[in-house]
Design a protein around this ligand. Structure first.
Ligand code: NAD
Ligand code: TDX
Length: 339
């Protein structure tokens, strides 16, 4: 039986990052009865501007680290749920330096689980489809909740480790937790290190877009607002101890996505550079979200990928002040890696 929750006061970790901040906007817009505390360390990937302008009586910001147990003792009591987005999230960075991924993704999750256990707070864990490894291009299969874990990168292996901690804390300590594993998100506020914003902002700054390997790797794209509605559904109506996969049937290869971006921005579809491949590059991700759809009745709303991409391009065109300060540094890092 699904246990319904009507959260009045939730703690959102990583609420100044891409997906976490979109979730905070989603809650403020759609659930006026819910107050949000954002806990964020403001790493290179976090930006306080992502939640600027939201009403102060609805959203409180706490600057701090999820690995700080004393801080968690101060702020977790009084909340009826923790929604845990905070992570080191970029595969390429995890290849260059895995250590922060171990600390934030593994130790940070451990600290939050201990706090959820100590203060008996409902916990929802945000994870990724990358824990399942990859699929061949010609494989008719998609990932389900039963697919064995088989992560490829330092990033995905630390996310897999964090999922397993959650399962153990549910079984051994009775923590009231759920897990969701989502596919690739796109939309506003995504850091320019990630594929879609990198290419859009390259074009806007006169740099040629960069495609890894043969460009045929497939990602299963979902608009970040659909991820938010799915997380809210699981948080409020999901069965404790369960995992739900989140996806919107958006499989596309990188070459197709890049050519869409070039065409929408009025450029020649061949006006990009082929660069060296990512080591261990996962070939294809694909999500079967039947469980979430049939058991909890969730459906995605933003399923027209080209329309979502058009809006995303507009957002980066109209919000240059948001990304310009970090663009040159991000490209310099890639250049040093030959990408
Ligand atoms: P992001 O890198 O944009 O944001 C991460 C946020 O966490 C930042 O605000 C950062 O400051 C904060 N943070 C990092 N370390 C912290 C720490 N130790 N303490 C407190 N805050 C810290 O990430 P994202 O792309 O928004 O991803 C959010 C979550 O969703 C992650 O758990 C990621 O694994 C998961 N996920 C992402 C995708 C995707 O397509 N981006 C898909 C599926 C799942
Ligand atoms: O410049 C690029 N060129 C390129 O071809 C970049 C940055 C990426 N790529 C390729 C690599 C991937 O096949 O594009 C695809 C998407 O790359 P990323 O945006 O780095 O995402 P990915 O590695 O698929 O992981 C993302 O989705 C799952 C998020 O970053 C993770 O946090 C999430 O768990």
């Amino acid at each position: 039986m699904a246990k319904d929750l009507s959260p009045k006061n939730i703690l959102v970790t990583g609420g100044c990052g891409f997906i976490g901040s979109n979730f905070v906007h989603y809650v403020v817009k759609n659930h006026p009865e819910t107050h949000v505390t954002v806990l964020d360390a403001l790493t290179y990937a976090g930006n306080i501007e992502n939640i600027a302008g939201l009403p102060e009586d609805r959203v409180e910001f706490v600057h701090g680290n999820i690995c700080d147990a004393d801080l968690l003792d101060k702020i977790v009591p009084g909340h009826d749920a923790i929604v845990h987005y905070a992570a080191e999230s970029h595969n390429d960075n995890s290849i260059a330096d895995p250590e922060p991924f171990l600390r934030t993704n593994v130790e940070g999750t451990y600290r939050l689980l201990e706090a959820a256990r100590k203060y008996d707070v409902r916990y929802h864990h945000i994870s990724t489809d990358e824990v399942y490894g990859d699929l061949a291009l010609d494989d008719p299969a998609r990932f389900t909740e039963e697919t064995p874990y088989h992560p490829s990168s330092p990033y995905s292996s630390t996310k897999a480790a964090s999922d397993l901690l959650v399962r153990a804390w549910v079984r051994t300590f009775g923590v009231q937790a759920t897990i969701s594993n989502c596919s690739n998100n796109y939309g506003p506020y995504q850091h320019v290190e990630k594929f879609i914003p990198r290419q859009i902002t390259n074009i806007l700054t006169g740099v040629r877009p960069k495609l890894y390997g043969d460009g045929l790797n497939v990602r299963d794209w979902i608009h970040t607002d659909d991820h938010s509605s799915a997380v809210w559904t699981i948080l409020t109506r999901g069965r404790i101890g369960e995992t739900y996969l989140i996806g919107a049937d958006g499989e596309r290869n990188n070459l197709t996505v890049l050519r869409d971006i070039l065409e929408m921005m009025g450029k020649d579809p061949d006006d990009f550079d082929w660069v060296k491949d990512r080591p261990g590059h996962d070939r294809r991700y694909a999500i079967d979200s039947t469980k979430l759809r049939t058991e909890l009745g969730w459906t995605p709303e933003h399923t027209d990928f080209r329309e979502g991409l058009e809006h995303t391009i507009r957002w980066y065109e109209e919000n240059r002040a948001w990304w310009e300060p970090v663009k040159a540094k991000t490209e310099a890092r890639y250049k040093a890696q030959g990408q």
